[in-house]
Design a protein around this ligand. Structure first.
Ligand code: HEC
Length: 125
């Protein structure tokens, strides 16, 4: 009986520790729990390796980006940033220069619904 008690206790502690570590994973850091949940998930899957809300990473921090940019512009950057630059967009060109000319990934395969959720999330940062 005592053995069973300790096994259960150990399992409980293990769960606590595992859960505690999960909260600290880099995917969650700087990816605040705001805006549409689907958008946050898509952001973690596609963007968090380069972007955080409050910290520059491979790309610029995105907190307050909706105050600097229009919705239409944000859409274009997310869907196809190289095409936006090729169209002569001065903001995109300047940003690209500043950020060491790192090619921005293209997200044309995302569905409109997914892009809406993603944009909703980015705008809530
Ligand atoms: C490989 C790294 C990388 C990934 C992945 C990435 N980005 Fe970027 N992002 C950048 C860089 C670098 C810039 C700076 C402009 C440039 O060079 O293209 C940028 C710029 C931006 C900007 C403009 C920021 C501003 O200050 O105007 C937005 C918005 C943005 N990214 C959103 C996203 C979203 C949303 C995703 C995921 C769907 C994403 N990015 C994925 C690297 C990345």
């Amino acid at each position: 009986m005592k053995k069973l008690f300790f096994t259960v206790l150990l399992l409980f502690l293990h769960t606590c520790i595992t859960f505690g570590q999960e909260v600290k994973t880099p995917e969650n850091k700087g990816v605040p729990n705001v805006g549409p949940a689907e958008g946050r998930l898509l952001f973690m899957q596609n963007c968090a390796m380069c972007h955080r809300a409050d910290k520059d990473l491979v790309g610029p921090r995105l907190a307050g980006v909706a105050k600097r940019r229009s919705d239409a512009w944000l859409y274009k950057v997310i869907v196809n940033e190289p095409a936006l630059r090729a169209s002569g967009d001065k903001t995109a060109i300047a940003l690209h220069e500043k950020w060491h000319k790192i090619a921005h990934p293209i997200y044309q395969s995302l569905k409109k619904k997914e892009l809406d959720a993603l944009l909703g999330y980015v705008k809530s940062l």
